[in-house]
Write a protein that binds this ligand. Sequence first.
Ligand code: KIV
Length: 259
Amino acid sequence: MQKITIKKIQKKKNKTPIICLTAYSKAIAQIADKYCDIILVGDSLGMVLYGMKTTRNITIETMILHAKAVKNHSKRSLVVFDMPYKTYTNKLVAYKNAKKVMQLTKCDAIKLEGGKKIVNIIKHLTKKKIPVMGHVGLLPQTAINFKVKGKNLVQKKMILEDAKAVSNSGAFAIIIECVIENLAKLITKSISVPTIGIGASKYCDGQILVIDDMLGLSDYYPKFVKQYSNLKNIIEKSIKNYAMDVRLKKFPYNKNIYK
Ligand code: KIV
């Protein structure tokens, strides 16, 4: 089993679609590791695992615990740590936090949300040998609304410039979230590093989804999400059957355990 490296990810641009998912636990990491090029320990875990209203409240300490579980059980995929809100307010804060994350979790890279405004932070981290993945378009940590981005020319130009700036400052790949199709296509053609889309069309070099959304474990599903299973139903049926067995005193299940 060969470890996926940043170089291998970059070689896939314009050739082979890059497969990415979020993961927050050992069980999911072990399975995702067989199929994914990149596993992102996303700050979305604040919402999907802890029921927070936004991604802004998750702490770096909680993220580190989940990232350790994921990284310790992924042998092949590149594991990326999503830096939480306000942990990279300037280049010194960013370096202090990113260094701690890399040392404690042994993740392969970190991810930062933002465009031109964070260029000096990306340059500083990459100079210090911390690989950075960018994230442009809809930025959940600072978003005022969750509408599709790039519908008007001003916004389109801004997001394109953000992507170019992030790519030129040393990010090894960029997530593009929730932008119109022709903007995702234009960004992907205009920059030299791979683009990973989430709600950003088939024209990106790869795709990512939040694991709970694609497994059918969430309360709310963005329009672009395809549900590959309905785990909520499966779990409910299992718990219902278990409750019935307890009521009917059908225990122990295996009568031979006392022999
Ligand atoms: O936190 C996250 O899960 C993300 C993905 C939506 C890309 O940033």
